[in-house]
Ligand binder design. Structure first.
Ligand code: ATP
Ligand code: MG
Length: 593
């Protein structure tokens, strides 16, 4: 493809335009960076930031990453890379109850796997929001002292009632006019554990009549006597996400804070908070700016972490890394490559609305990646024996083995040749034989000739059946002097070529075929429970045969099984002596009717 053709199909990405505008205007030039996250004084003492922009990927460690997160990872790390910036990996671990080390470790592993790194110039940019709890609390006291925050002792119900709605302005809390000293004393009581969960909260004092409900005195801190995976029992008050997130961005000197659309209405609160903290001397300009982009959704895929967890807990799938799961762990095990996921993310751009894409976009990206890379092999997934009845006559003895070869990759001669043998009995696909051929069927049926790929031409003479009338073997005669690659190969014209493996040298293999987990494009359409929409055929396990060149194959390696699609040796269950292959995707899109 030429460069200009590539440019033409490049999807819109308005985030690039924003970054380019800021770089042109010099908005973030000469911004000092103290070498680590920190407040205004810490940053001011630093040298000019070597990063032209800073972005971040901020997962909450409460579950496994999924394909939607991949979109955000590729955007944030990708844009930083493209514009000479740095992207931070930040665990947004401000919510003590749902977060676990297991998830932290899994997230680190998957971001690395996708091909991104947060270590630059000898510095690691992996951060934890909980490391900023001290600053967040200091900022809260500063807001209280400035008359910009107050402790509200209304019940949750009263607060909800007084917040109003889109039509009705809110009404002030009876606690809104306490003095800073009174508020400070109560905030410290909250912090010191003198009050139970839910007794009171700290709120910003902004405007209970604001048309933006998020500005109607948003909550800053709530009481939660809970153990935190990083800070242990040190805190019994925890900051709200919408208070914590802008502060995390500012302490890390993020320039462009990209988030999904549901945060759009939070932006005025984000800006209000950071501006006040600049005025209070705790932060400095230039401040981070939040920009929202549309979520990526895939048809027939559910990406809510909570629902994915219930599928694991209820045994609907076999773990977070089940190859049918849209988690990155599941997609890796299924055989999707980092390149294919990055390509899918790039091809879908960034838009200002939530987008739905068909799962096939991922499969197209996968084929694109593996077409040139994956070595070829023959495999028979649903085997039926084919007996070559004139073998001894043609080759002189029953024990004769006819050597065959095929390129490891048709366009890459440097990868060399695969070698295997033809013998008097081979495995063929059950579907390659029909006693009475339907119209247009060119494979084996009595009287028809086909080529055994890379081997000889054979003519079908009939079949063997069991008492139930089922075909147990196909019979055929070898046509002499028709071996592929010999002068006689073209002497006999055939319309069909079939794949095979010889019975004497094939390796037994377990082959797992997958389809989408849900039977419909929208698993929860019309308010339905996703459990009522499961595709009963989402996993099939077959006992097949693969060609002998796969002996000793390592785990997590890719092949194209000729005509069947792209496969990977399962990273968990595969053993060289007991091979297990997952089909990533077929060669052509066959999921649609
Ligand atoms: P979930 O709803 O699955 O729990 P989340 O948004 O709560 O997802 P976070 O850990 O908070 O999960 O997400 C980390 C980042 O990934 C956020 O910036 C979020 O906006 C982004 N993200 C999550 N899902 C998608 C998606 N489908 N498309 C694009 N970005 C996403
Ligand atoms: Mg979230």
């Amino acid at each position: 493809m030429t460069a200009s053709a590539k440019d033409e199909i490049k999807p819109g990405n308005f985030l690039r335009a924003i970054i380019e505008r800021d770089l042109d205007a010099g908005t973030y030039d000469h911004r000092p960076w103290g070498g680590s996250p920190g407040d205004a004084a810490h940053q001011a003492a630093g040298a000019p930031d070597p990063a032209r922009i800073r972005t971040r990927f901020p997962p909450e460690p409460n579950g496994y990453l999924h394909v939607g997160h991949a979109k955000s990872i590729c955007l944030n790390f990708g844009l930083a890379q493209d514009y000479g910036g740095i992207c931070h990996l930040r665990f947004d671990d401000t919510n003590p109850e749902k977060e676990e080390q297991e998830y932290v470790d899994a997230i680190v592993e998957m971001v690395h796997w996708l091909g991104y790194d947060w270590n630059t110039g000898g510095a690691s940019h992996l951060y934890y929001a909980s490391d900023y709890f001290d600053f967040m609390y200091r900022a809260a006291e500063a807001l209280v002292n400035a008359g910009l925050a107050y402790v509200d002792e209304q019940s949750a119900d009263e607060m909800r009632l007084h917040r109003g709605d889109f039509q009705t302005p809110g009404t002030d809390s009876p606690f809104r006019n306490r003095t800073p000293a009174e508020n400070l004393a109560r905030l410290r009581e909250m912090r010191d554990g003198l009050h139970p969960d839910g007794a009171m909260v700290l709120r910003a004092k902004i405007d209970m009549a604001s048309p933006n409900i998020n500005l109607r005195d948003p909550t800053i801190y709530r009481i939660k006597h809970a153990h935190h995976h990083n800070t242990g029992d040190r805190w019994c008050i925890y900051p709200m996400y919408a208070y914590a997130h802008p502060i995390e961005d500012a302490l890390e000197r993020i320039t462009h804070s990209f988030c999904t659309l549901e945060f759009e209405d939070q932006r005025p609160w984000y800006d209000w908070l950071l501006e006040r903290l600049v005025e209070l001397g705790m932060l400095s300009h230039p401040l981070p700016k939040q920009y929202e982009f549309g979520r990526l959704n895939l048809t027939s895929v559910m990406t809510s972490k909570r629902k994915l967890k219930s599928m694991v807990d209820e045994g609907i799938v076999q773990g977070w890394d089940d190859p049918r799961m849209p988690t990155l762990a599941g997609m890796r095990r299924r055989g999707y490559t980092p390149e294919s996921i990055r390509k899918m993310a790039a091809d879908t751009g960034a838009s200002k609305t939530n987008i739905w894409i068909d799962y096939s976009v991922l499969d197209i990206a996968l084929r694109d990646d593996l077409e040139g890379k994956a070595p070829r092999a023959m495999a028979v997934l649903e085997p039926l024996p084919l007996k070559l009845t004139n073998w001894t006559e043609v080759f002189g003895s029953e024990a004769h083995r006819e050597p065959c070869h095929a390129p490891a990759h048709p366009q890459r001669p440097e990868l060399g040749q695969r070698r295997f043998e033809l013998g008097p009995e081979v495995w063929i696909e059950r579907e390659d034989f029909e006693e009475v051929p339907p119209k247009g069927f060119f494979r084996l049926y009595p009287g028809n000739k086909v080529r055994l790929k890379y081997g000889v031409v054979v003519e079908c003479t009939g079949c063997e059946k069991n008492a139930a009338g089922e075909v147990t073997a196909v019979l055929a005669r070898v046509i002499p002097d028709t071996k592929s690659g010999t002068p006689g190969a073209d002497a006999v014209k055939v319309k069909g070529t079939i794949t095979w493996v010889a019975r004497h040298d094939a390796l037994a293999a377990e082959v797992r075929l997958f389809e989408r987990l849900f039977a419909t494009d929208q698993p929860e359409e019309g308010g339905r429970d996703f459990r009522d929409n499961l595709n009963p055929h989402s996993k099939r396990v077959l006992q097949g045969w693969v060609e002998p060149t796969l002996a000793g194959a390592p785990a997590a390696a890719h092949w194209q099984f000729e005509r069947h699609g792209y496969f990977v040796s399962d990273r968990v269950d595969h053993r060289p002596e007991q091979p297990v292959f997952n089909r990533v995707t077929a060669l052509k899109d066959s999921t649609r009717k």
